[in-house]
Design a protein. Structure first.
Lengths: 211, 428
C-alpha cells in the first residue's frame, strides 16, 4: 500500500516511515512543508496519506488546508490527519465533504502501534476514524442528539471512532444484530436517507460532529 | 574647582552669550513673521500655508532654546502635541492642530521677552570680559600705536605711563569677574526660557499618557510574542519528542517477540530520547523563569549566569535582598541579553556586571573590554532590553565608541518586596 507522509519534525517523520514500513506499507514520498504537500498528493495519488496539521512555513494549519484541498480535487482521497491537539472544528472541516476516507487522530495514538496501523488501514479503505478525544469533547455538549437513547449514542461514538459493527458489538457486550438495529435507529432518527451503508455511517458521524 | 575648569566654563559661557545675542535677533524676525501669518489668515486663506511654515521655524528656534538651556543644566522637555498621522503639513487641519496647541502660544509669547532677556544677558556676559581684555592689552597697544585711549576703569583721563599701568590689574579683575559671572548669566537665561518653553503640568501629563500608550502596546506585543515562542518551543520540542518516544516504545513492543534485538535497540533509543526531552524542557523553563532566579534572587542568578559564559565575567552586587519578582525578572533578562551581546559581538576577553541600588532605583551596568561600535538601532537584542525595561519605566543607555569599551547602563525604579530589616550582623 502506497503512503505519503507529511511531517516537518525529522524525528517523527523518520519514526513514522520506520513504523509504516515495518507493517509493509510503501512510503512513496515524505514532505516536510505545506506548499509541497498538495502537489505531491496530486502527483502520487497515494492509497493513504498521513499528514501533520501544522507545517512550515506559517506553522498554523497548512497540513489540514492541503488535505481539504486535495480532497476537493480528488474526492475521497484517503487522508489521516495527525495533530498534537484535536479540535472538533477541524474534524468537522475534514468531514465536510461527507465522502469518508478521513481520519483525525492525536499524535499520541501512534504509540499504540497496532491500533494506529488499524486506523491507517480503515482510512485507506474509505472509513472514518475520529480520535476518542474529539468524540469525548463532543459528548460533553451534544444537544440535538438528545433524540438518541444512551445506548444509541454510545454506538454512534464508537462509529465515529471508526469501529466496525463487529468491533462495536464486542466492545459494548451486545450482539452484532443488536448493533445494526441501533445503527438503523440512529440513521432514521437523524433523518439519513437509505444509501450505501459506508456513506451513511460518515453522515451519521458528521451529524454527530455538527451537533 | 580647578582654575582651568573655571576658565573653560567662563569662556564657554561667553561664547554662549554671543550665540544668545545672535539667536535673540532671529526671535524678532520670527515674531514679525508669525504676526504676519496670523493677519494673512483671512486674506485668501494665505495663513493656512504661511502659519504652518512659520510655526515650524518658531518650533525649530524654540527647540534650539531648549537645547541651549540643556547645556546649562536646565533640561526643558518638548511640550508639543504629537502630530496626528492623518494630517498633512499644510492646510486647514494642520492650521487647526497648530493653533489649538497651547504650546504654540507659549512659544509665541516667549519670542519677544526671550529676545530682550537673551540680548541683555548676552551683552552682559560678552561685554564685561571684553572690557577686561581691553584693560589688559591697553598699555602695550597704547605704547605700540602711540595714540591713547581717554581713560580706563577708575582713571579718567590717563595722563602718564604709570597711570596706564593701573589698567592692567583693573582689566584682569574685570576679565575674572566677567568669566566668573558669565555661567550664572547663562543659567539665568536658561531658567527664564524654561518659564515659557517647558510643558505645562497639563501638557506634561498628556505627553506622559502618549508615552505610556506606546509602552503598553510594546509590552503587550512583547508578551504575546513571548507566549507564542513558548508554545512553539513546546510543540516542536518536548511534545514532539514525547510523541516520538511513544512511537519508538510502541514499535519495540511490537518487535519484542519477533525480533528481540531490534526491540532492545529501540528501547535504548527511547531512553536516550526521554533524557533529550528533559534537557529541552529544562532549557525552556530556564528561558521562562530561571529556577535559580526564583531560588536565589537577582544576585545569585546573575552569578550563576556568569559562570556559564565563555569569557571571564566578574559580578559586583550590593543587592542581596529580594526585589519584586517582575523587576527581578526584567533586570535578570536585561543583564542576560547584554551579556549575550558581549559574548557574541564584542570580541571581549573580559566582562563585568555591577548591580547597585539607591533608595528608589536599581542601577545595572554591564561592560566589556571588546572592540565597541555597538548600535542599538541595529539588532533586536538591545531594543529588546529597552522594551523590557520601558514596561517598568526603566531606561537603558549605551556607550560604545569604536575601539571600545562598551558599557550598557540600565536603571529601573524598584521597591524592595519587603521593607529592609536591620540585620543583626550589622553588615550592609
Amino acid at each position: 500500500m502506497r503512503v505519503v507522509i507529511a511531517e516537518d519534525h525529522a524525528l517523527l517523520r523518520d519514526g513514522l516511515t520506520r513504523l509504516l514500513e515495518a507493517f509493509d506499507f510503501e512510503v512513496v514520498a515524505t514532505v516536510d512543508d505545506g506548499p509541497s504537500l498538495l502537489p505531491t498528493l496530486l502527483e502520487q495519488k497515494p492509497d493513504v496519506a498521513v499528514v501533520d496539521v501544522r507545517l512550515p512555513p506559517t506553522f498554523t494549519d497548512e497540513g489540514l488546508q492541503a488535505a481539504i484541498a486535495a480532497r476537493t480535487r480528488v474526492p475521497g482521497m484517503p487522508i489521516l490527519v495527525l495533530s498534537q491537539h484535536v479540535e472538533p472544528l477541524y474534524a468537522r472541516e475534514l468531514l465536510g465533504d461527507s465522502v469518508g476516507g478521513v481520519g483525525y487522530l492525536l499524535k499520541d495514538r501512534v504509540s499504540n502501534v497496532g491500533q494506529f496501523i488499524d486506523a491507517v488501514h480503515q482510512v485507506a479503505g474509505g472509513g472514518t476514524v475520529m480520535d476518542p478525544e474529539v468524540v469525548a469533547r463532543l459528548l460533553e455538549r451534544s444537544r440535538p442528539l438528545d433524540v438518541l437513547t444512551v445506548r444509541e449514542r454510545e454506538v454512534l461514538a464508537e462509529m465515529a471512532a471508526g469501529r466496525s459493527n463487529a468491533a462495536i458489538a464486542a466492545k459494548l457486550f451486545v450482539t452484532e444484530k443488536a448493533v445494526s438495529k441501533h445503527i438503523n435507529n440512529i440513521f432514521t432518527k437523524l433523518g439519513l436517507p437509505p444509501s450505501d451503508d459506508d456513506n451513511r455511517r460518515v453522515l451519521a458521524v458528521l451529524a454527530y460532529l455538527n451537533a | 574647582m580647578e582654575t582651568r575648569d573655571w576658565m573653560r566654563d567662563g569662556l564657554r559661557a561667553v561664547a554662549g552669550g554671543a550665540l544668545a545675542i545672535a539667536l535673540s535677533l532671529t526671535n524678532v524676525v520670527l515674531f514679525l513673521l508669525f504676526v504676519l501669518a496670523l493677519i494673512m489668515t483671512p486674506v485668501l486663506g494665505l495663513g493656512l500655508v504661511l502659519l504652518p511654515l512659520v510655526t515650524s521655524l518658531v518650533r525649530l528656534r524654540a527647540e534650539a532654546g531648549r537645547g541651549v538651556a540643556g547645556w546649562w543644566g536646565v533640561p526643558v522637555a518638548r511640550p508639543y502635541r504629537p502630530r496626528p498621522p492623518t494630517i498633512g503639513f499644510l492646510g486647514w487641519r494642520a492650521y487647526r492642530w497648530i493653533i489649538t496647541d497651547p504650546a504654540t502660544w507659549r512659544d509665541f509669547a516667549w519670542l519677544i521677552p526671550g529676545a530682550i532677556v537673551g540680548l541683555g544677558l548676552g551683552l552682559g556676559s560678552l561685554l564685561i570680559p571684553l572690557y577686561g581684555l581691553q584693560g589688559v592689552v591697553l598699555l602695550p597697544l597704547w605704547i605700540w600705536l602711540g595714540t591713547g585711549w581717554y581713560g580706563y576703569g577708575v582713571i579718567w583721563p590717563i595722563e602718564s605711563v604709570s597711570e596706564g599701568f593701573l589698567s592692567l590689574p583693573q582689566g584682569a579683575l574685570f576679565l575674572a569677574i566677567g568669566l566668573a559671572v558669565a555661567p550664572y548669566l547663562r543659567r539665568f537665561d536658561a531658567q527664564f526660557a524654561r518659564l515659557f518653553l517647558a510643558p505645562t503640568r497639563n501638557a506634561e501629563l498628556r505627553l506622559r499618557v502618549t508615552e505610556l500608550t506606546v509602552i503598553r502596546a510594546d509590552t503587550v506585543d512583547a508578551q504575546a510574542a513571548e507566549l507564542r515562542r513558548i508554545e512553539r518551543d513546546l510543540h516542536d520540542g518536548a511534545q514532539a519528542r514525547l510523541v516520538a518516544l511513544g512511537m519508538t516504545i510502541g514499535l519495540a513492543e511490537e518487535m519484542v517477540e519477533r525480533d528481540p534485538a531490534t526491540a532492545r535497540r529501540l528501547l535504548a533509543e527511547a531512553r536516550e530520547a526521554s533524557s533529550t526531552a528533559l534537557v529541552e524542557l529544562r532549557h525552556l523553563v530556564r528561558g521562562i523563569h530561571p529556577p535559580v532566579l526564583a531560588e536565589r534572587g537577582l544576585d545569585g542568578a546573575v552569578r550563576a549566569l556568569a559562570l556559564h559564559l565563555r569569557i571571564p565575567t566578574s559580578v559586583d552586587s550590593d543587592v542581596t535582598e529580594r526585589l519584586d519578582t517582575p523587576v527581578e525578572s526584567a533586570a535578570y533578562f536585561a543583564i542576560a541579553e547584554a551579556l549575550a551581546n558581549v559574548t557574541v559581538h564584542s570580541g571581549a576577553t573580559f566582562a563585568y556586571v555591577s548591580i547597585k541600588r539607591d533608595d528608589s532605583h536599581l542601577l545595572l551596568e554591564v561592560g566589556d573590554d571588546g572592540h565597541g561600535g555597538a548600535d542599538p538601532s541595529r539588532g533586536t537584542g538591545l531594543r529588546g532590553i529597552q522594551r523590557r525595561l520601558a514596561a517598568f519605566d526603566g531606561t537603558m543607555t549605551l556607550s560604545s565608541p569604536p575601539g571600545g569599551p562598551t558599557i550598557v547602563t540600565m536603571e529601573l525604579p524598584c521597591a524592595l518586596s519587603s521593607p529592609r530589616t536591620t540585620l543583626s550582623s550589622g553588615t550592609d
